[in-house]
Structures are given as C-alpha cells and as structure tokens.
Design a protein around this ligand. Structure first.
Ligand code: AMP
Length: 209
C-alpha cells in the first residue's frame, strides 16, 4: 500500500504513523525526520535546510522532492510506503505523482487527520521525542516515565512562535493538496481528537484494514 498521511503540525501524524507502519508492514518515510537526520549528520542538504526549519518555514520544494523521491526508489519501498510530512505543497504532490507514474505506480490512499486549530499549539509545544526509542510523548496528555525525562528532546521548532508560523504555512501551502487528492477520490478523513489508541482504531476502520 502506498499511502500519504496529511494533517496540520501537531495532529498526531508521527504517533499514528508508528501504528500504521506496524499494521501495513511498510516503511514510514517522514520528510521531517530525514531533514533532521541530514542536519545532525552535517550534510550540505542539512546545512541548507536548518535555517528554514528553525524558523518554521518550509524547505524549498526542489530540495525536499529530490530527497524524498530518491528514498522511495529504495528496495524497501517496493511493497509500499507510508509518507508523513510529504507532500506539503501542491507542487510536491504533482512531482510525487510524476515520479511514481514513471515507475507505473500510484498512490492508493491519502489519510487526513483533522484537529481544530485551537488544540494544535498546545499539542506542539508540549511534545517531546525520546531519541532512544523514537516515541513521542506529551508532557500533559501522554506523560513520559520520570526516569527518561532527562533524555527527551524538545524540537526547536516546537516553540509557540515557530508553531504559529508552521500553522500559517500549513493553511497557506499544504491545505491546497487536500482538494487535489479529494478530486482523485483518494482522500479519507479521520478526527485526530481523543486518545491515540482510539484514533488508531478509527484510522484502521476508515482504511478498511
Ligand atoms: P515535520 O517533522 O513534518 O513537522 O517537519 C519539520 C520541518 O521540516 C517543517 O516545519 C519544514 O521546515 C521541514 N519539512 C518537512 N517536510 C517538508 C516538506 N515536505 N516540504 C518542505 N519542508 C518540509
């Protein structure tokens, strides 16, 4: 299954991707994770992306399209993939279709996780990543065990200011991909409000998994 997860920053895409990846048995490809890895490794691409990311801006289309489309050609994606955070613009969505069509492939489903805007800032600023397990916690909603708190990472773009910038970009740049996939009959919607396991069940139901 070739699938895309869309939704505003803080909707729970990363959390739900972990459950979906398990269920589908396909790699979880997060453009944000790939960019953060490039920054950590100090590659040229990482250096280019770092400034955009810390401000909450989008990294230029050409850079991200090259990075993700190259990743999708790797052998582990032959049976499908779960894309998270890409495409984020209409141009990226079109480029993805072109890259897949060249291989005789297409997207099977696009899952939209919907969360009202007033909940998103709290969700983003409270979240912490455990670099050891990849698990995402929220200091109020899904608190981590006390003993691992010192090793948790607070993303630099999860501050209130950067979170607001990212929400504005989402509205302006990413929302237009929703009608793009709706017209193709690929869009499935689910509410992202509630406990993560209940949302996972709703996702499996809407995708008939
Ligand atoms: P995420 O982890 O998906 O929230 O992404 C974190 C940041 O990485 C975003 O705020 C952007 O700066 C950058 N980024 C991730 N994916 C993309 C993309 N598809 N297009 C442009 N920028 C991206």
């Amino acid at each position: 299954m070739r699938m895309i997860l869309v939704g505003p920053p803080g909707a729970g895409k990363g959390t739900q991707a972990a459950a979906l990846k398990e269920k589908l048995g396909v790699p979880h490809i997060s453009s944000g994770d790939m960019l953060r890895e490039a920054i950590e490794e100090g590659t040229a691409l990482g250096k280019e992306a770092a400034g955009f990311m810390s401000r909450g801006d989008l990294v230029p289309d050409e850079t991200v399209i090259g990075l993700v489309c190259e990743r999708l050609l790797k052998a582990d994606c032959a049976r499908g993939f779960l894309l998270d955070g890409f495409p984020r613009t209409r141009r990226q969505a079109e480029a993805l279709d072109v890259a897949l069509e060249a291989k005789g492939l297409k997207i099977d489903a696009v899952l939209m996780i919907d969360v009202p805007e007033n909940l998103l800032i709290d969700r983003m600023t409270g979240r912490r990543l455990d670099p050891k397990t990849g698990r995402i916690y929220h200091m109020s909603f899904t608190p981590p065990p006390q003993d691992i708190v010192p090793r948790l990472v607070h993303r630099p773009d999860d501050t209130v200011d950067a979170a607001q910038v990212r929400l504005g970009k989402y509205r302006r740049d990413t929302q237009p991909i929703i009608p793009y996939y709706e017209e193709k009959g690929l869009l499935r919607r689910v509410s992202g409000v509630g406990e993560p396991p209940a949302i996972t069940r709703a996702i499996f139901a809407v995708l008939e998994l």
